[in-house]
Ligand binder design. Structure first.
Ligand code: THU
Length: 159
């Protein structure tokens, strides 16, 4: 038997420490978050992706009275980018969340299904996607590649 560890690399920023070039993406994610359709959970999530042509595409969670028919912000954003700008690489994603019930003061990572969906694009484009995530307040966490937060990947090479 051999036990080994797989490290997860996260860079933590305070809002004041954020590099200037991430601020437009952050702003677009916040606008998307504030327009989320979340009448059931009251948990609003916004995601913004930066493409290699400089365009920013956003998404927010879209809920449904039949709960599983709703969709997370990250997948709305990444699928919109894939549909509207096929062939473009996704460089960065910024995710932000807030709740009507409490102050979200710690980073909100993408759920497992969203990580798998983002992974598909990272594998397809053969280059990493930087993931930034945060709550309404508190630190911002960044990781250089989606695969850092989904270390054991299942992708098309398995098939
Ligand atoms: N949600 C997201 O949009 N992204 C995530 O990564 C986690 C959860 C949404 C789905 C649902 O509308 C609400 O947050 C509560 O789960």
């Amino acid at each position: 038997m051999r036990r080994f560890q797989i490290p997860v690399y996260i860079d933590e920023y305070t809002p004041d420490e954020l590099p200037a070039d991430i601020l437009p993406l952050k702003r677009q994610a916040e606008i998307a978050r504030d327009h989320a359709y979340a009448p059931y959970s009251h948990f609003q999530v916004g995601a913004a992706v930066l493409l290699d042509n400089g365009i920013i595409v956003t998404g927010s969670n879209q809920e449904n009275a039949a709960y599983p028919s709703g969709m997370c912000a990250e997948r709305v954003a990444i699928w919109a980018a894939g549909a509207q700008y096929p062939g473009r690489k996704i460089l960065k994603m910024y995710i932000t969340a807030r709740s009507a019930h409490k102050t979200v003061n710690k980073p909100v990572p993408p759920c497992g299904a969203c990580r798998q969906s983002i992974l598909e694009y990272e594998v397809k484009q053969k280059s990493p996607i930087e993931i930034w995530f945060t709550g309404e307040t508190g630190p911002i966490w960044k990781t250089d590649s989606l695969q850092n937060i989904l270390p054991l990947i299942f992708d098309g090479s398995e098939l």
